[in-house]
Structures are given as C-alpha cells and as structure tokens.
Ligand binder design. Sequence first.
Ligand code: BMA
Length: 832
Amino acid sequence: MPITQDLHANWTLRALSGDNIPDDIVDRHFPATVPGTVYTDLMAVDAIEDPYYDRNELKTQWIGETDWCYSTTFTVDEALLAQEIIELACDGLDTVATIIVNDQHIADTENMHVRYRFNVKDVLKVGENTLEIRFRSALAYAIEQRDRLGDMFRPLAYQLPFNFIRKNACNFGWDWGPTLITAGIWRGIRLEGWNTVRIADVRPLVMRANENAAHVRIFTDLAYTGDRPVGVATYTIKDPEGNIVGTASAPAGQPVDIWVENPQLWWPNGYGEQPLYTVEITVKHDDVTLDSTTRRIGMRQVRLLMDFDDIGMSYTFEINGQPIFAKGANWIPDDVFVTRVTPSRYRERIQQAVDSNMNMLRIWGGGIYEDNVFYDICDELGIMIWQDFLFSCALYPEAEPFRTEAEAEARDNIIRLSHHPSLVLWNGNNENVMGYWAWESADGVSWREYGEKHPWGGGYYFNLLPSLVAALDPSRPYSPASPWGGSMDIDPADDNYGSRHIWDVWNSVDYTTYLDYIPRFVSEFGFQAPPTLATINQSIPLDQQLPDSDSMLHHQKATDGNGKLARRMAEHFTPTSDFYSWHYLTQMNQARAITLGVTWWRSQQPTCMGTLYWQINDCWPVTSWASVDGYGRKKPLWYATRRFYAPRLLTFQTKEDELALYAINDSFDAWQGEVIVRLQTFTGETLAEETLTIDAAPQASTKIALPESLIHPADQSTVVVSANCGDAEALHFFARDKDIYYPKPDFDAEIVQIGDRYQLTISAKTLLRDLCIFVDHIDPDAQISDQMITILPGESFVFEIESTHPLTVDALTQAPIFQTINAVQLSSNVRV
Ligand code: BMA
C-alpha cells in the first residue's frame, strides 16, 4: 500500500520581488499556514489590516503584484525512500508556481484548478529535505500572457485580464467581489510513495437507475511503476446499511458493470431520501493488497430534457424518471480566501440552502471547483449541483498553454467529482455565448465580431468539453453554456428555448417586468440589497454608515449599484434618506422582487421548470444580490426563499391585471383541501370571504379562479386579500406601497425568556406589513426564526430568538430593530 506523508508543517513565507512591497515586509519571514494563502498569513500576524474592513482592500493591492516564496523542511525516513516512486502530490497551487526540492527545480505550474504529481524520488534523501514553492504574481503573469499573444482587445466584462490565467476569475474583481489576488498552497500537499501500482482514479458512474435496478459502471485508471503483472481489481458495493449488494472482479484497469437490484434511490431535497452506497476497490496481486480506495455513490439517474415542443425547447431536469422543478440559487466562492471555508462552514451554508427549500445550486464559472467536502454534503442533503466549467464573462484564448490547461483541468475535475450523486450537470461556461451574441466592449467592438475572427472559447464549449464529458462521465448531461438556447443560432435570451438569464430587471426596469417572461429555465436573475446590520457594523465604520458614504460605496461593486437600488426602490416606495429605513426598504424590495419572479415562474410550470436566483452567498461583506451575506448571516430574502420555495405554495398572481390564485404542488401526492380567501381592510374589517376548493395534482401548478367579490375592491389602497390552507398562505396588496394608505402600526408585544431562548409574541391591532426584527443589530450572533412577516389585524406571530444578550420588549420593538413598512412609509402616505 502507498505510504503518505503530509507536508503541512513548518512553512514560512516571504516576499521575493515586487515594485510596491512595503518596507516592513521586505526580507521578513512569516509563519505560513498550508493549506492557506498569503493574505491570511499576513493577517494572522497583523502585517496587514483585514482587507474586508472599510477600504482596506485598496491598501493591499501590492500583494497581488508581488512574487512570493513558501519554504519548509521535512524529514524523509528509509521506509518512504525505499518506495519505487515517491510523488510530491499537490492538490492545489494558486497559481503560477515553481517547485524546488533540495535546491533542484522540479516543475513549473500555471493552473490553480488542477491536482499535480511529480516524482521526486531522485532528489529526496533520508533525513532533512527542503521544499520551496515560488509563486509569481498572477496578475503579472496574466498581463504577460495577454501581451505575448498580442491579444489586447480580447473582450471581457471586467478590467483585469482574468481570462489569461487559469485561476478563479473573481479574484480579479467582480461586481460583488473585491480585487484581492491571492497566492498560496491552497489545497493539501504531501508525499506519496508506492510500488508496482497505484489507483490513480476511480469513476463509479450510475448510468441508469430506477426502483428495479441500478447500473453502476466503474472505470479505474492505474499508474504502474514498471511492466510487471498487477493482478486483479475487486469491486464491492455496499448499501447504506453496510450489506454487500454487488461485487465484481476484473483484470486491473478494465471497467466493470455491476447491476444492483431494487436499489434505494437517491432523491433531491423535498422528493425523498438520500441513501448513499459505498464502492470499495482493491487491487491485489498474489493475495497482497497493492492499493485500495472507496467512493460514495447514490443510485439515481439524471437526464436533462432539452426536447422540442410547441413552445420551443424545454430545459427540464429529470431524476429517476421524474421531472423536477429546480429551486435554487447560484453559488460563488464563499470567501475570497477560500482556504477559510472549513467543512463546518460548507455544511452551514448548504444547510441554509436546504432549510430554505432549495434543491439545486449552480456553481458559477467565475469561481472554483469546490472542495470534495462541498459535494459530499450536497450528496447527503439532496442538493443537486449544476457545475459550470470555469469560463465566465469573457472570450477565452484557445492558444497554448490555455488549451492544454483547459483540458487538464476539465479532465481532472470530471475525474474527481463524477461519483457524486448530487452532481447533475456539467455546463460549459457562464455568459460567454450570451456575450458573443449580444455584448460590446467598452471601445465599441462587438464580441461576435471579435469571435468571428479569433478563437473565443467555442472550441472548448462545443468540442473539447463535451468530448471529455462523453469519454469520462457518460452518466451526465452536458450543456455548452448558461444561458443556452440549444444552438448558436438561437438567441440565448429567447424565453422559449433552453436556459436564460434575466437581468433587465434590476439593471434597468422594475421587478414587475418578470411577469412579461415565461422562460423555460432561469439560471440567473437577481436583485441587490445591502448585507445585514451586524455585517455592516462589522465592516463599515460607524460614521460611514450612510447609503452613499465612501465606505458603503466601496462595499458596492456593481456599476451604478446604489443608483439602481434607489431607482428600483422609487418604483415602489416613497424614498427615504434615513440609513436604517433605506437599509430595510432595499432589503424588502430585494425579497419582494425575487419572490415575484419565483412565484410567477413556479406558477408557469411545466413551461418553466427551474429558477436559480443570483446568488445564495457572498465572498465578503458587500451590498449584493445574495440572500446570505458575506459573514453567513441571513438577509430577509433568505426567509422569503423558504416561503417561495415551499413544496406546497399558494400564490396570488396578477398577470394582465387579472388576479388569480395558484396552488403549486411539488410533491408526488395530490394536494386537496379548502382555502379561505378573505378581502379585508388594514384595520380588520372583512369585506368579502369565500371558501374555495384546492385540488392540485402532484408536481403541477393549478390555477384557482377567484370570484369577483374578492378581486375588485372599491378602494385598492386600504385593503389586502389573503388565502389560507393549512400551513400555506398567500397575501396580495392591490397597490404599490407609495400608493397605499398604511395605518400607524399598533400592536401588543410580550416576551418570554427560557435560558438563551426568547419568544417574542407580536399581536397586531392594525396590519403590520413585512415586520422584521433585526436582533443582529443588538447581538451579531443572534438567530431569529423568521423575518418579513405580515401580521393581519387581530392575529399574532411568535418570533423565536436565540441570543446570549439580555433582550427586552422595549429594545426589540423600536427602530432600527423593529421595522414595518407601515412605520417607514407612514409619514408620506397619511391620507389628508
Ligand atoms: C451574472 C453573473 C455574474 C454577475 C451577476 C451580477 O451575469 O454571471 O457575472 O456577478 O450577473 O451582475
């Protein structure tokens, strides 16, 4: 069996060269953490200030312009040195690295997304050895590559040439991300010594599965030291209880097929369980085990139905023969310094997706292929993963070394990830086809014009990547791009074909424009809001806590972001200049926008079969489209998400001014019941009430006609209509907030404390619209059970709060902790 020795200890870091290295950094050796990054190492010893605070990002730009050197020493013993091959295995080097062992040059690498192995046996010795990894400035490298190729005018959506280096693109600055260009040994590094044979990779692929049987095809690639006999490989599949349900053996290296009868099927969150099977692979010769490994798999079949129909072309994920409405969001790296994303942080974030009733996350192409742990957790929790290959918002060179690197990287990550049942799609790129179709560079050159004259990445999306997927992972669908209409001749913005992104809402028009669209699948659409108050308190100095202060604007990376926030807000609300009211109203506008888009598109299934909003998470504290902010705190949109992605949803929709109620039922069972629909005034007077019948077929959206008495109130500015059926409830207001006459909020409040838990009961005497209790402003670690709750007069709502701070009714029922639309909009709307 191979001998493994981690090389994570004794590292130091020093700046090698660069024009702007501060004097107090020159010639200093810093202790370094591996895996880690230069930034986090310098922060650990206070050599730099936290770049996430205030405008510190600007003070650290020299780091990305500098060449760095990591060095360590390690001891090799005789047992290791006796192995035929001793590889230095690097799971991730960020990015342009030169590796030196015992003063001998071993290799140069230039791809953050690839695992490397180098045989270093000849340079190792028993006793102490040295290892040095030098990282060139990634920025300098990217500029140099661009210049070498004479490619100054290659279109891209941002300033710095992220498309000339195989590194996470968003490091170079994005419309939600700072420019913090990292360097470092960002994943594990170790020595592996072995003899005769090593299992280089294993791909157990579930080719087909239903309740009768699952077909598992296992590919194994072996590495050999010489031309000696290596015997047979044996394969065992165990069910979740540990029972052996399938075995095979074959000459080592030859694929095998195993059929498992009556498998326990893996389902996405909300549709069933996530049973996980284990595949054990052992290579033996003459009864001696030479190597062995395991992989966890799930018995499920995935297809992406891109079928022509009388509308256009569908884009529907099908799991185990069942079409699934994809409910989810886009995922970006959870921290600029991705090495800080621990397994528990991954779990917390993915659990937040699960708890908000999501079943899919799209790993966006400007980030990274995530850690194995990420996919393991998604396997366990039923979150389907749409994985972009890492090409985003640019035309990409196909010249060397990029083509070779693109191939190596795709190959390596397909091999690494293909056993995960959560992974349901390989997707070629983010918005590069759309850019080709529709975008212009700042200097007025159309991307298409450029792409017609130069390689632009099409060779990757239409040739290289699909052939790699077909060869290495025939169990999964491939889509060339997001958005994608099925052909280069179809506008990727066409509603009727394939996946699309919708960005006119937010950039230039009000969110009610969502009602104009019935896409087949929306893989991006979004709406900004600032992060939580606690996160603002943690990242913006108090005297800068104003919507347009320098510091707040520094934490707003979108072009004219605050202008868009203000214009979109003015379409619904009477604008406010008070910081806390602005913060609250922009968050409400965000949550309401995404609520409208999702509920409308869910109501339009099966024409539309998926909504992935932009974006679930952030990589630092910033005003962005995220529902969970850069410090992991839930914005009101997260709570809205839990409601609008509920498996059984009641929703009012107003397309073409005709108010209708929809019952959306994602489950495999019919939903039958009675729904009480009531039209009432804000002070509690019932104007009309009807009891209607719900008979909603499984996995469908059912429209429920509403009687005239409920949908045409005489005074639209003082009434609300509600629908209730068990846990499902819906509300509809007939006018925009700025045209509504809200009553002054009137309520009773009561608090009960049990240890660190509080129950706060709010009993409404008048309507309380979109009540939020921002307890995080008092206690940044507090948790609250819900936000953005509308309480009708005469009703009450109980908030569960967890906090170690003493909390009182007084503290919790005053602005800026206690916020309602009534209070914030009252002054401008008082009827005279
Ligand atoms: C989409 C994404 C990102 C971007 C987001 C918000 O197009 O693909 O590139 O951050 O919009 O503008």
